[in-house]
Design a protein around this ligand. Sequence first.
Ligand SMILES: [Zn+2]
Length: 234
Amino acid sequence: MLTVVKNNFENLFHLFFPNPCLGCGKQLHKGEEVLCMGCESQLKITPFHQHHQNFVSEKFVGRAKIENATSMLLFAKEGMVQHLVHLLKYQNKKEIGIFLGKKYGKLLEQEQDYSTIDCIVPVPLHATKKIKRGYNQSELFANGLAETMHISVFADGLKRLNLGESQTRKKKFERWKNVEHDFDCLDESLLENKHILLVDDVLTTGATLDACCSVLNQIKNVKVSIATIAVVMK
Ligand SMILES: [Zn+2]
């Protein structure tokens, strides 16, 4: 009898407070979070974090100096990963970033390459973009990672310069740099002597991460490793 009452109550509760799987839309069962078991099993985590040399780290050879680099998932068009990244970036489904971060953090903290990480710095968005979107998806992934890796996030560790600022800097230092990839660190003392995990959403060419690494590598006694939610295989 009690079970019937409980089940009816749960059904009624779900009617008013639906908690659907963000992969397939079916109602989540007890113990499931963000994704149902079926959808979660479709997320094939890459083994990159277990190999010092891997597809992701190879992308940075001859570019910015890094310690380790890894991506959690492979980004394929029309697949579950693309669906989740789209929801995270454009549909305000912030919980996806945290969910994936927590899941991946548990794996990273078991690896020697990532066990010496002191803090996480997400790749920042342009200020105007962040205001429009209301959040930075890479920061959410960083927050999830930080929770299971038991370390801190410095969300403002890097700043994305706006067009005016970068033009000024260009004149000042007479240097060329793609405006799109222009970053700065406002308080280097926060990151001195640290092994930083630089975090982004989807890795394609690596130009953005490369630019961020160049800035971080100028800080005294810093090491930089990279982790992204997904990588495009091409
Ligand atoms: Zn599902």
